[in-house]
Write a protein that binds this ligand. Structure first.
Ligand SMILES: NC(=O)c1ccc[n+]([C@@H]2O[C@H](COP(=O)([O-])OP(=O)(O)OC[C@H]3O[C@@H](n4cnc5c(N)ncnc54)[C@H](O)[C@@H]3O)[C@@H](O)[C@H]2O)c1
Length: 264
């Protein structure tokens, strides 16, 4: 089985590569920058918006993990080119090559202006888009493109509204929004076999989580990690989070406060 991973040189791709390695599986890594393939890997340079390059990247592929594009806020034109046009070119190349399974890294910033529900409740799966940035808008479009390619062409597509993926939660906001790299790989493995179209929150089963895991669980994701393991250290350094602050109250945190179209 061959899986194309776009944006493989990035932070998430680097965390996931070793975790997705399997006997009998080839990871085809693609990015704007050259990569050194390890055992069970192939690598190629391909711009997501370059149709011939993406057609080439898709040859012999069984499934796609789409991580490439602008991963933070940028001017509108840059966001549209990499994230909107890039995702459409990718999906069209997958369709033309007959690839049936696509998993795309969306973002919680597609729903960044949603606020914390009352204690004990979760922000539901498929919460209506409330993007917090141009970047968030592009992730809403990614969800819409995935839906289109599912409904029109029967492609199985899962879009992950990813929280904050790193080895250890770096701040107290992450106590709610963190997803461990191991859980991220577990969620991707589930999405790689899920039939249909899904939008799932990408979060670990954190004690302080407030994003639903129902849809993730429905496709077979079982989180094994909890950011509470980092809570004492983080709270000792940063204090107990004030949940009424936008940083903690809004799904998109600080993105909801920053200038639109800024490069940061
Ligand atoms: N890191 C997180 O916690 C997080 C949170 C939410 C969503 N996401 C999403 O997950 C994905 C991966 O995030 P990341 O943190 O690894 O991002 P990153 O910026 O580290 O990596 C993105 C990669 O995409 C590549 N890229 C950019 N434009 C491209 C183009 N036109 N053609 C081909 N490749 C291109 C870049 O070279 C880079 O290697 C992104 O879609 C991001 O929006 C990440």
């Amino acid at each position: 089985m061959r899986i194309l991973m776009t944006g493989a040189a990035g932070k998430v791709g680097t965390l996931l590569r070793p975790r997705l390695a399997r006997e009998g599986r080839t990871l085809r890594l693609s990015d704007l920058v050259p990569l050194d393939p390890g055992p069970g890997e192939e690598a190629m340079v391909a711009d997501l918006t370059d149709e011939p390059a993406m057609a080439e990247a898709m040859k012999g592929v069984d499934a796609v993990i789409h991580l490439g594009g602008q991963s933070r806020e940028h001017p509108w034109a840059d966001i549209v080119q990499a994230n909107v046009n890039g995702t459409q070119v990718l999906l069209e190349a997958a369709r033309q090559e007959g690839v049936r399974q696509v998993v795309m890294m969306g973002s919680h910033h597609a729903a960044g202006f949603h606020t914390r529900p009352p204690a004990g409740a979760d922000l539901p799966d498929y919460a209506f888009p409330r993007p917090d940035t141009f970047y968030g808008v592009s992730k809403v479009v990614m969800e819409a493109l995935g839906s289109l390619y599912h409904d029109r062409f029967g492609m199985n597509v899962t879009v992950i509204r990813l929280g904050t993926c790193n080895e250890a939660s770096a701040d107290t906001r992450g106590l709610a929004t963190w997803i461990s790299p191991d859980d991220c790989a577990r969620l991707l493995e589930a999405a790689l076999t899920a039939p249909g179209y899904h939008v799932v929150w990408g979060v670990s089963d954190n004690t302080r989580r407030w994003w639903s895991l129902e849809e993730g669980r429905a496709i077979g994701y079982v989180s094994e990690d909890d950011s509470e393991a980092h809570a004492a250290r983080l709270i000792a350094g940063q204090g107990e989070p004030d949940l009424s602050e936008p940083l903690h109250d809004r799904a998109g945190g600080v993105f909801t406060l920053q200038e639109l179209g800024g490069s940061w």
